[in-house]
Write a protein that binds this ligand. Structure first.
Ligand code: CUA
Length: 311
């Protein structure tokens, strides 16, 4: 569920605060205007409908005072907006940097690190530490997308050929759901991004695990699955670290089994969904760039067994 007002960090809280200030002030103004309207109509009804020859000075004074109050209220709202935006634009030092590249229709995530071997590639599920700021570097490979996880911050567009940034800070652990918020083509509605905020030590363990090469097959079926993967068209688009498969057109599959969902949130990550997705992706996400792969039933189940072991 997307909950912009159920905030999990200071950036989203800043936006929620602005929402309540604007909603509260607007509600008070609305009620006051309606009360004055009713009062005026009643007075006029009591006096008959002949308008006076000239505007009485008392009415002029009332108009002047109303205009002044309106001006003060508008300036107050503009200031609240200005300071809210400043708080959102502050880029925290010592932030964890993650590059997010949007594709039609999935998210490529790269945890940046000065040591190249420590970089981590994953997709569609962002894992961050609680209490440490994260700076997202947002790019797009094709059209304009928009990153939006309402519990953590507002929307930010991902533009082809230009890098934008967005800061996140989760103050409590949990999983927060998000979506692409800019119409980006056929499967715009199937472009989810979920964020798991983990305690710092748990996050460190997760990151360490993601840096490792892919798990070795545990049995003959999984070994057969790896052969199927490496000898079919899968490796033309995907990468599995530790094998000869290193393409970057589709999501990195090195730790596929550690992600709760596949196809950018369209399906749960289980053997049946994997098999359906591999053999006929167009029936699940029409227009997806992933081509169908025809495999014998035994090969397909060996392949899903192998992928299911890539924790
Ligand atoms: Cu990507 Cu809408």
């Amino acid at each position: 569920m997307h909950e912009a007002l159920n905030t999990a960090g200071p950036f989203a809280a800043e936006i929620a605060k602005l929402f309540w200030i604007f909603a509260g002030v607007s509600a008070v103004v609305y009620v006051l205007v309606m009360l004055f309207l009713v009062y005026t109509l009643r007075r006029r009804a009591g006096r008959g409908s002949t308008p006076p020859d000239a505007v009485p000075p008392r009415a002029l004074r009332a108009i002047g005072v109303s205009l002044a109050i309106t001006g003060v209220v508008l300036i107050g709202l503009a200031l609240a907006d200005f300071f809210g935006n400043r708080a959102l634009a502050s880029v925290p030092a010592d932030a964890l940097r993650i590059r997010i590249t949007a594709h039609q229709w999935w998210w490529e995530l790269e945890y940046l690190d000065a040591i190249p071997a420590h970089r981590v590639m994953t997709a569609n599920h962002l894992t961050i530490p609680v209490g440490r700021p994260v700076l997202l570097e947002l790019e797009s490979r094709d059209v304009i997308h928009s990153f939006w996880v309402p519990s953590l911050n507002g929307k930010k567009d991902l533009l082809p050929g230009y890098t934008t940034t967005l800061a996140l800070l989760a103050s409590r652990a949990g999983t927060y759901t998000g979506e692409c918020a800019e119409f980006c083509g056929f499967q715009h509605a199937h472009m989810s991004i979920d964020v798991s905020a983990l305690a710092p030590d748990e996050f460190a363990r997760w990151l360490q695990g993601q840096r490792a090469e892919a798990a070795e097959p545990l049995d003959d079926v999984q070994r057969r699955g790896r052969e199927v993967y490496l000898s079919s068209s899968c490796r033309a688009c995907h990468a599995i670290q530790g094998t000869i498969s290193a393409a970057r057109l589709g999501p990195d599959l090195t730790h596929l089994a550690s992600r709760p969902r596949i196809a950018a949130g369209a399906l749960p990550n289980d053997p049946a969904s994997l098999a359906a997705w591999i053999s006929d992706p167009q029936s699940i996400k029409p227009g997806t760039r992933m081509p169908a792969t025809q495999l014998a039933a035994a090969d397909l189940s060996a392949l899903t067994a192998y992928l299911g072991n890539l924790q």
